[in-house]
Design a protein around this ligand. Structure first.
Ligand SMILES: [Zn+2]
Length: 183
C-alpha cells in the first residue's frame, strides 16, 4: 500500500511530501472538514497516520478496515470487504450530499417548484442519515442515547431525572455529558 492510496480514499490534498486528509476516526462526528489527518511515508518504509484531533492509529485503521501490516509501503495487501464497502459508501455519501445541495438551491431559485424540492430534500436527508449510521455507528449510538434521555426528561422532568440519576456517580457523569447536547 502507499500513502497516496490511503490519502486518495480520504479526500487527501498533497502538501510537500505529506497528504492532509479527512480523518475517518471517531473524534469527528460531523465529518472532518478541517483535514485533521496527516499521512506520509517515513524513511524506513512505513506509512504514518497522524490525527491532530487525537484519534489513535488503531482507531483510524479500524475505521478504514486496514491492518497495521498494510501500512508497510508497497506491501501487497488485499482489500478487505470493509475497505470496499467503505469506498462505496463514501462515494455514495458524496453524491447524496451534492444532490442535497442542489435540491436546496433549486428550491430557493424556483419558488413554484418549492414543494417538490422540499420533499426531495427530505428524502435525501433520510438516505444520508441511514448511510451515515452505517459508516459512523458511534453517531447512531449517540443519537439513540440522546433520544432516550429526551424521553426520560419528558417522563420525569429534569428534577425527577436528576433525583433518580444522581444517586450514582455514573448517572451524574451521564447527565453532565448529555446536559449540554440537548436543545
Ligand atoms: Zn481524527
Amino acid at each position: 500500500m502507499t500513502a497516496e492510496e490511503i490519502a486518495r480514499s480520504l479526500h487527501g490534498k498533497k502538501a510537500g511530501k505529506r497528504w492532509s486528509c479527512r480523518c475517518p476516526g471517531p473524534l469527528h462526528k460531523q465529518g472532518d472538514r478541517k483535514r485533521s489527518l496527516s499521512v506520509w511515508e517515513s524513511e524506513d518504509g512505513w506509512i504514518v497516520l497522524k490525527c491532530f484531533a487525537g484519534c489513535t492509529r488503531d482507531d483510524i485503521l479500524a475505521a478504514m478496515g486496514l491492518k497495521v501490516r498494510d501500512l508497510a509501503v508497497n506491501s501487497s495487501w488485499k482489500s478487505s470487504p470493509k475497505w470496499n464497502q467503505r469506498q462505496a459508501d463514501r462515494k455514495r455519501l458524496e453524491k447524496l450530499e451534492r444532490r442535497f445541495g442542489l435540491a436546496m438551491f433549486a428550491g430557493a431559485i424556483i419558488p413554484e417548484e418549492r414543494r417538490y424540492w422540499l420533499a426531495a430534500e427530505r428524502n435525501i436527508r433520510v438516505e444520508i442519515r441511514e448511510l451515515r449510521d452505517r459508516m459512523f455507528p458511534e453517531e447512531a449510538l449517540q443519537r439513540s442515547r440522546e433520544a432516550k434521555l429526551r424521553r426520560a426528561v419528558a417522563r420525569w422532568g429534569w428534577d425527577g431525572l436528576m433525583a433518580r440519576w444522581c444517586r450514582t456517580e455514573r448517572g451524574k457523569a451521564a447527565l453532565h455529558v448529555c446536559d449540554r447536547r440537548l436543545p
